[in-house]
Ligand binder design. Structure first.
Ligand code: ZN
Length: 194
């Protein structure tokens, strides 16, 4: 059973951080467009997205992800070839910033008796889903996996991966799957139970 598409919760603690980030980005925006006609002044959808700049490429010093042509991707050879060049801007990518700030885009919670008896298999499935996602898009990755006797909690950098993980577990093991969306931003809680 899948429930919850369209329902909402308020994500505690997310909102205040969001406001702070938005204020910071506004300040940056103002600096960035000084001398412009303020035409481009607008809201920022994702405060972790880079604002562009004079450099040809940006490289994340933490995970080696590369930003070029408005896309983030992983390419270790390109990383090694460009990391020391002046045309490369050394930054933290949006995913590494979110990890640093503990600002997840999604949280998946798995629980139930079935989970307790199949923990290793289910964890493997979750990690595989995370690895695949990271290869496709370095901004979509697992931030943390915490487990105790009762549950496994997975934090993801964005809401899409949280949904993908929920769907993958549901597809493999059925059970009950529920999405809870926040109204303020794209944050999602995914709960699976069996
Ligand atoms: Zn990074």
């Amino acid at each position: 059973m899948v429930r919850g598409e369209g329902s909402s919760i308020s994500a505690k603690g997310q909102h205040s951080l969001w406001v702070i980030l938005e204020e910071e980005m506004k300040k940056k925006d103002i600096q960035y467009i000084k001398g412009d006609k303020l035409k481009h002044f607008g809201r920022v959808n994702d405060p972790y997205m880079p604002k562009g700049g004079r450099h040809e490429i940006a490289i994340c010093k933490e995970c080696h992800a590369i930003y070029r042509g408005k896309k983030w991707f992983l390419d270790e050879e390109l990383y090694r070839a460009n990391i020391k060049k002046k045309t490369s801007n050394s930054v933290l990518c949006p995913a590494c910033l979110k990890i640093r700030d503990n600002y997840p885009g999604g949280v998946v919670t798995l629980k139930g008796d079935f989970l307790r008896n199949h923990k290793d298999d289910i964890l493997n499935l979750v990690r595989n889903e995370g690895d695949r996602s990271l290869r496709d898009n370095p901004l979509e990755r697992i931030m943390s996996i915490n487990e105790n006797r009762e549950r496994i909690e997975i934090q993801t950098t964005n809401e899409k991966l949280a949904q993908k993980i929920g769907k993958a577990v549901y597809k493999a093991y059925s059970g009950e799957l529920e999405y809870k969306w926040s109204e303020q931003n794209k944050f999602v809680r995914v709960d699976w139970n069996r």
